[in-house]
Design a protein around this ligand. Structure first.
Ligand code: URA
Length: 217
């Protein structure tokens, strides 16, 4: 079964499933503690990744079962790079790595200037590009979209062509911004929330994902 894009955004795929919605509601609850928050983040990332990889090309190879030979399925390529955007992306990155344990992991460091809401790069360490590799970039909150757009622009500057972006909660403003700058990059998310507030936080959202994931406040 192929995923259908969202009716308003042709590169946004809203992954709707009762288990994801249940886990996301727990994440939004401010009484959810850090341990559970991290576990839920990983689990949602696995579920999103599972749906988003439906289109991976496959090959067939003969397998000898204990009883007979069988045409088994293989992935055409096992080259994946998981690229969490620091800090909040790390939790989703751990989940995606459980789904794709053969992946390499890169790290993209951006922080948000709280006055301008612009993304400021401070770290970029990505495994060398291979044309075949699929890059899975993740950041749980697609808010203004400034960080996601900047991170993907940096990857493209390094020749990366095959990218999928993962978030848990998206704001329409962030999806629009991504669509404008990177219409070729599909976005997979568990929720499309209402709007951004004046400080660039998603409403209803779940608060500051990085702070909650790493128990900073
Ligand atoms: N970053 C977060 O962690 N939360 C938001 O709501 C927006 C950006």
């Amino acid at each position: 079964m192929q995923l259908e894009p969202h009716s308003n955004f042709k590169n946004f795929f809203l992954i709707q499933h009762p288990i994801i919605s249940y886990k996301l509601a727990l994440l939004r609850d401010p009484t959810t503690n850090r341990k559970l928050f991290k576990e839920l983040t990983e689990e949602i990332a696995i579920l999103l990744g599972y749906e988003a990889t439906r289109d991976l090309p496959q090959t067939t190879r003969p397998i000898q079962t204990p009883l007979e030979t069988f045409d088994g399925k293989d992935l055409e390529s096992n080259q994946f790079v998981i690229a969490p955007i620091l800090r909040a992306g790390l939790g989703m990155g751990d989940g995606l790595l459980k789904l794709l344990p053969m992946a390499s992991v890169g790290h993209i460091g951006f922080y948000r200037n709280e006055q301008t809401l612009q993304a400021v790069e401070y770290y970029f360490k990505i495994p060398p590009n291979s044309e075949k590799a699929l890059y899975l970039v993740c950041d749980p909150m697609l808010a203004t979209g400034n960080t996601a757009v900047a991170a993907i622009s940096e990857l493209k500057k390094r020749g990366v062509g095959h990218i999928k972006f993962f978030c848990m909660v998206a704001a329409p403003e962030g999806v629009e911004h991504m669509t404008k700058h990177h219409p070729d990059v599909p976005i997979y998310g568990a929720s499309l929330d209402r709007e951004l507030n004046e400080n660039g936080y998603i409403l209803p959202g779940l608060g500051d994902a990085g702070d909650r994931l790493w128990a900073v406040k």
